[in-house]
Structure formats: structure tokens, C-alpha cells
Design a protein around this ligand. Sequence first.
Ligand code: SF4
Length: 378
Amino acid sequence: MPRVKRGSSEFNPPSSDEQVAAMRADVRARCEDRPGVYRMTSANGEIVYVGKSKRVRTRLLSYFRCDPEEKGARIVRNAASIDWEYTPSEFAALLAELRLIKKLRPRLNVQMKADARHFAFIKITRGPANKLLVVRGASDESADVYYGPYHGAQRVNEAVRELNDALGLRDCASDRRMHFADQPELFEIAPRTPGCLRYEIRKCLGPCVGACTVNEYGTRVRMARAFLEGVDDSPLAALRDEMLASSERMEFERAASLRDKLGRLEGLREQFIRFRFAIETLSFLYPVPGHGGDDRVYLVRRGRVRAERPAPKTPAERAELLALADDVFNGVEFEGASVPTHEIDELLLLSSWFRRFPAELERTERHTIAKKRRLRIA
Ligand code: SF4
């Protein structure tokens, strides 16, 4: 493929009918009907769109049949040339497309992209007095880890509100200045006033008014992380105790409100359990038959492809693949529910692939089983 510019906002005049006809003729003359990825490049060398298909020729020719108001026609009008690369399989094409989009960020893919933005994630912000933030998609690279993905942003927002209240974490603007109790003051100043009511009603520890130390606040943030990681249920237990106590005092309205809060937090926990199960299920060796015998084996750990090799054909190649699998699967790794930002899209892609094609899971083999059988899949 020729050297090309990354996406830019520069205006490109629409391609002429002659250019569009030339692109179509080029596809007709050269393109084969097999899996692959393609790129549309504008006259000034900007890659405007990246796509994939299990039949590249058919897919590319379909662009030229689109009605003018359709997305495909718009893409073609932005392009002056098309180039493509074949991949061994549809799965390989999906991965290649994802990686190209992440690398090049083509303008039209970014505008049309929906995938990860359907989901909500919880991120823990950096800086003093970290806070939990519910975000759509995972495009902000400033955070180390996200928790999620979760369905239903509104429900996740409500659950995070309960978690903040239960643990006394702040939810004010990120740029609000914090003053911890153990933070030395350069000048003596009048007593501070809290930035909102949450401190007065004991829903926030009050790091804005020096009502807690760095360590006290940090302990609560660690509890929130532990809850999101699934290793600490104390926010649920505290709400449950409070609900029972209210009920015993015959404060039924309060008990009902606590029951709803509990339900929201439990909903978050259930989603977490399902998600964690999905991550942990997606750890195996995945052999994929390729076009013309170009078979591959993907080493998938916790929903991400960690390595890819041609399918072994000899005992020596099998041994080599098993040694690589030992490195991939035995490497020490934090096994919580958090996912590094840059890997979320790949995790979503793999989970959706195996949801769409559950029969594919039957061809996978767990690392431990592969070892025992000396790699049945090859
Ligand atoms: S009490 Fe202070 S730190 Fe807590 S949420 Fe309100 S403004 Fe933020």
C-alpha cells in the first residue's frame, strides 16, 4: 500500500464521475473476492475510510451502486483511489480493520463509528481526590483503566451515584480545588465552605473543605475499585444493614428508598459478573482456517489477541507454538474487571464475534488442555 497521510480535517472536493468510474474499473480489473481490508484515499493522500469484508471485491463494487444519499456513495465521493490487502480469513480482516482504524483514525470512520460508544464505562479520574466518571466509549487515553463495558448509561450513572454516596466520594467538577485535612496551608485562611450540599448531608467526605485526609479519601477510592473489581461487597452490605435498620424502626419510606439504591448497585454488580465471565471465557487458542490454506492460530487471553502464528504443521512448529502459549497464558497479569483503555475495542470486537458465531467457540482450545493433548487443534 502507498504511503499515505493520517486523517485530517482538510476539505477535499468530491471526486468527479470520471474518477469514480476509474476506481470502479480498477476494482473490477484487479480485486479478488476473498477476505481483506481496504482503504479509501483522497486526492491529497488522506485516508478517509477503512473497511473490511469477507468478500472484498463484492463489497467494494457495492459502493458504486449506492444511491447518492447513502453512506457508501458519500465515502466514494471523498476518495480518489482505493487500495486493499487480503487477509487469511474474515476474523483476520476484522482485526486488521480495527487496528488500522485505531492507527489512522480515518475521518469517515470516526464520524460513523458507533461500536464502543454504545457502551458505558466507569473510569476513575486521576489527580487529587479521584472520582468515578461514567463515560461513553473509551476514547480518553488519560485514564489508565476503565471498568466496563456496561449496558444502559443511565442505569450506570444512577448506580455510580449510589456508590459515591455509600462511600462518600466526590462527584463535583474535576477542576474543583481540593484541600485535604493534612495538606499544609501556605497562609492562614478563614474556614472554607463546602462546594455543595453533599458534605452537609454526609454523602461526601468533604475533601474540598479539609474534612478528610488524603489517606482517608484514598481508602474509600480503593474500596470503590475493590467493589468494581468484585472483591469487596461492603457498599452493598452497608446499604443492606441500613435498610433493615430502617425497616425495624418502621421507617418504611426510607427502607423502600434504600431498597431501590441497593437494587441499582446490585444491577451494576450483576453486569460486572457477566462481563467478568465473558472476559474469562475468552482465553484460548483459536485456530482459524484461512483462504488457500493460510490457516492461523490466535492466542486469545482475556478477550484480547496476544499473538498470532501460522497453524503449525510439524512437531517442531507445534512445540514452538506451545512454548509461545506458555509465555502468553502464564505471564502474570492483573485479573480484575478493568481493561486497559487501548484494548477495550478489541475486547468488544472479540465478544461480539463469538456471540455472532457461537459455533466458533467449539474450535477453540484452552491452553491447559492444548498442552495435555499436545495441541489437538493443529
Ligand atoms: S462536598 Fe465538596 S468535594 Fe464533595 S462533592 Fe461537594 S463540592 Fe465536591
